[in-house]
Design a protein around this ligand. Sequence first.
Ligand code: ADP
Ligand code: MG
Length: 142
Amino acid sequence: MAIQRTLSIIKPDAVAKNVIGKIYSRFESNGLKVIASKMAWLSPQEAGEFYGVHKERPFFKDLVSFMISGPVMIQVLEGEDAITKNRDLMGATDPKKAEPGTIRADFAESIDANAVHGSDAEETARGEIAFFFPAMNVYAGR
Ligand code: ADP
Ligand code: MG
């Protein structure tokens, strides 16, 4: 295992539920360190570009509408095996199928409003981190 970085987003449903702190606490108590963070209200262009990989999918329009429905909290997480660890903490995309104790099982309502995003591989993590954070705003090791 190696130290990795991954991009995490707390989606508008979870921000509206006032559970940013509870979700950060899951990261921190599982060895993931927040090394960059910001709150943002994405534009349709930004949300569409971020989820560009899904643009041919039937749910793309709803996904973008949901992601711009309120502010989101965006963070870079760093730690051992951070990409897989974050995905494990998140649980399955559909909260009804997510393991008990995962973020989506505990805080999400539906496959659309599913509380969190997490990068799925090293390549996507690099691209997603660069999309939101210039390198000078990632405070590793300080
Ligand atoms: P994940 O967020 O678990 O990586 P995907 O990358 O497959 O899942 O999909 C991105 C997001 O698109 C999901 O988090 C979810 O909000 C939405 N989504 C995925 N599949 C569906 C679907 N079948 N119906 C509605 N929304 C979906
Ligand atoms: Mg994904």
